[in-house]
Design a protein around this ligand. Sequence first.
Ligand code: AFP
Length: 333
Amino acid sequence: MNRVSLTRYLVEKQREKGLITAELRLLLEVCARACKAISTAVGKGALAGVLGEAGSANVQGESQKKLDVIANETLLEANEWGGHLAAMASEEMDHPYPIPNRYPKGGFLLLFDPLDGSSNIDVNVSIGTIFSVLRAPENGEADEAAFLQPGHRQLAAGYAVYGPSTLLVLTVGDGVACFTLDRETGSWLLTRDQIQIPAQTREFAINASNARHWEPPVKRYIDELLAGKEGARAQDFNMRWVASMVADVHRIMTRGGIFMYPRDRREPGKPGRLRLMYEANPMAFLVEQAGGAATNGHQRILDIVPTQLHERVAVMLGSREEVERVSAYHQPG
Ligand code: AFP
């Protein structure tokens, strides 16, 4: 069976529906090629000397793994020359990366978490890359302010999962498609299209070791799930926690579920652990395009107006009925 390639999928989105421009198609193909290169580096692991600490820290003050730095450099080098971007922003860089003057600038902004799940690298658990595309301001400005757009303005979003197989899950606003990397030919081949997340689920994902720090609505919601048949929900639930957001979200894309990283009292000044611009927003766009929902407990994640590039946010996303329930528990009264 001749599977549809990523290139054909994007050409058809451009030609049939005018959904994307040739420039955006080029950007997405370049990102996909960079993810292929990252997948190769991840796959070599210890054999390529890419495991372990880089000996540096990122803007979040977190120690960087060698692969964090490699993945970040791979995305920068792949995208800086193409003429489709005004600038890039990354979890691994304090400030936006302007396109060097030796290259033409384009109409898009690219944001990414180059390697999500770093704490899983050295223990060979699935990790991934998350990316988001925004339109650059008409005036060509590409400073931090240019990036501070609410998530509903995204033109495209996607993630790659470096797992038993390497997958690319992508939306350009017309549903969610999944491509599997054929390592023999180097092609991304369409293996699922118009993905739909089941509205109901019996599976939840949260780091339960933080339970004593949760706010009451989250505590109530999780306690009800743990009470199972004997409790208010009158049914049993299952729990999964990979600690790589891309892997947990992909499971939800595949069979439903709810993923939660709520704010907690460990750092009351922080609205959450995950980053809005290049983790929560792209995942929220994908989840909504697949019929799910994504909230910070109080509002739709895609409606949050960012105030800083690396701001954090509480995240509850996945099967719509569960996200709506936990949101309802956050409402006063
Ligand atoms: P790392 O990239 O530092 O491993 O963090 C991964 C992550 O941002 C997200 O992918 C996980 O869902 C979450 O953090 C795991 O956090 P905990 O380690 O606190 O469970």
